[in-house]
Design a protein around this ligand. Structure first.
Ligand code: MSP
Length: 489
């Protein structure tokens, strides 16, 4: 669901505009824009949930965020799919994109702007940007001779193929032989600034090293136009060509930035590392006359997950339909599972079995039961209001540190250790016995656990917005007691 975004238009004093813009720059977070040909699946949900969680975490720290996500709507792949369905390209994408906005809303994702590359404003801005890069002399005409995988929308080299097929889409790439415009990436002047930026901005380190090795291997010019693909943005200097869809797509981050340039955090998986860590900063360097301060501040590249041990494919992807999980078990449970099952940055495996097992053990049993137990005891035996707790004061900076490093599973582990500790303490203190021998101590104990539950709710809020709000309101007696995570039987 899009959150309310207050803009700055009502201030008429333009004198201090640049200062004002600086002052109001929000922490700018992006996800890749997903191909409009696909429906949202667990993979796209994963990155978007992570971005939303980080954005919510920043907000809990008093930082204003500007978070964008959206759909990639141009190119040969979209045009082919529309043709198969006997629809116009525009009708096809118009029908596809609401699937994403609806899915993100169901998953409690609160972005500020839904990006669409068919947006007229985007097209205009991309045109202006690329014209500038052209005028500055970074683009030259040549001929592209080679192969291209429409599934990846990517120029390929023969050595990337397996049995002559694209290893990702299992299709034979098409042979291309067409005049094309090239971005002059082989120019040696890109090497030092690119490497400097990669060393500071690409995370985690293994991905950074991969990009550095790629740059050291030698950079080649990049074809940035297509002659026979009409579904795209015209090359502003030569209308016989459209811009290569990846250039169009990457520039969404720039065209939808509002006053928040440059991005503070860009999230994606390793499949699109080179586009984001080589081509993307290079075209920005060309546009901004090599001003490093205009480049994205941090790129975090997470891993790929497999489903029950197999690579996620369309058919397999449907085995766990994110929306079906949300309908049955709630968005919070799915968000929690995805964010904590695999350490963010690494590859990993997910499955319905492990979702159910962890839901029952951690969410329903450890957390859900604790809330019900302590609320029942507070009703029965009363409680004292406690304001401070050393254990929570100790944990607070540790958990925040994990969040700020996108270590969602480490943050949740700390929280769940505390949850399990409270369950153990209840078993040890036995308030139902203590109330008879020392009711004051008993009420203090219950008050302390309630305070800790408040912290737990606050710490889990970025990952599980709905369930945590419910938890917080229950432990503050603002709503009726009801199970947070009913057991899956
Ligand atoms: N349209 C391009 C991106 C352009 S951004 C300027 C694209 N789209 S995509 O629909 O294929 O999305 C790729 C992204 O989806 C990955 O980088 C990742 O964020 C997410 N994922 C898709 N499958 C995934 C997994 N199996 N595991 C983790 N993330 C996955 O590429």
């Amino acid at each position: 669901m899009a959150k309310k975004f207050s803009n700055l238009k009502d201030n008429n004093n333009l004198e201090n505009d640049s200062e004002r813009i600086k002052e109001f720059k929000k922490f700018f977070i992006t996800t890749p824009i997903y191909y409009a040909t696909d429906a949202p699946h667990l993979g796209s949900a994963y990155t978007t949930i992570a971005a939303d969680t980080f954005s919510r975490f920043q907000q809990t720290q008093g930082i204003n965020t500007y978070f964008i996500t959206g759909t990639d709507e141009h190119g040969a792949k979209v045009a082919e799919k529309a043709k198969q369905q006997k629809k116009s390209n525009q009708n096809f994408v118009d029908e596809q994109t609401p699937k994403y906005s609806r899915a993100w809303s169901a998953l409690d994702i609160e972005y500020d702007q839904f990006v669409r590359t068919t947006d007229p404003n985007h097209k205009q801005k991309v045109s202006e940007f690329m014209q500038e890069v052209y005028t500055k002399g970074f683009i030259k005409k040549g001929k592209y001779e080679g192969i291209y995988c429409t599934g990846c929308e990517e120029y390929k080299s023969n050595k990337e193929l397996v049995d002559e097929l694209c290893p990702i889409h299992k299709i034979k790439p098409i042979k291309l032989s067409e005049p094309a415009y090239f971005f002059n990436l082989s120019d040696k002047k890109f090497i030092a600034p690119l490497k400097k930026w990669v060393e500071q901005s690409v995370f985690p380190i293994e991905r950074r090293n991969e990009v550095l090795a790629f740059i050291d291997g030698g950079l080649e010019d990049v074809a940035i136009s297509r002659k026979n693909v009409r579904w795209g943005i015209d090359c502003p200097w030569d209308k016989e060509y459209t811009l290569y869809v990846w250039i169009d797509a990457l520039l969404n981050y720039w065209s939808f930035a509002q006053n928040n340039w440059p991005p503070d955090l860009q999230l994606m998986a390793k499949d699109i590392l080179r586009f984001h860590c080589v081509i993307w900063p290079a075209i920005l360097l060309a546009y901004y006359d090599f001003d490093q301060t205009k480049l994205p501040r941090k790129i975090f590249v997470h891993g790929f997950f497999t489903l029950s041990g197999e690579k996620m494919s369309k058919s397999l992807g449907n085995i766990i339909d994110p929306l079906e999980i949300v309908q049955n078990y709630g968005a919070s449970a799915l968000r929690y599972y995805l964010l904590t099952e695999v350490s963010f940055g690494s590859d990993g495996d997910i499955s319905l079995d492990s979702f159910v097992a962890r839901y029952n053990a951690e969410l329903s049993n450890d957390l859900g039961n604790l809330v019900q137990r302590i609320l029942t005891m507070a009703e029965k035996f009363g409680y004292t209001k406690i304001d401070r707790d050393d254990e929570c004061d100790r944990l607070d900076p540790i958990i925040k540190q994990h969040y700020s490093e996108l270590e969602f599973s480490k943050a949740s582990l700390e929280v769940f250790n505390l949850i399990r500790k409270q369950n153990a303490l209840i078993d040890e203190f036995k308030p139902w016995v203590l109330t008879k021998t020392d009711p004051v101590k008993c009420q203090e104990f219950i008050g302390r656990v309630l305070l800790r539950m408040n912290y737990i709710g606050k710490w889990l809020l970025p990952m599980m917005p709905q369930a945590s709000s419910k938890l917080i309101s229950q432990v503050n007696f603002e709503s009726e007691k009801s199970p947070l995570f009913p057991k899956i039987i």
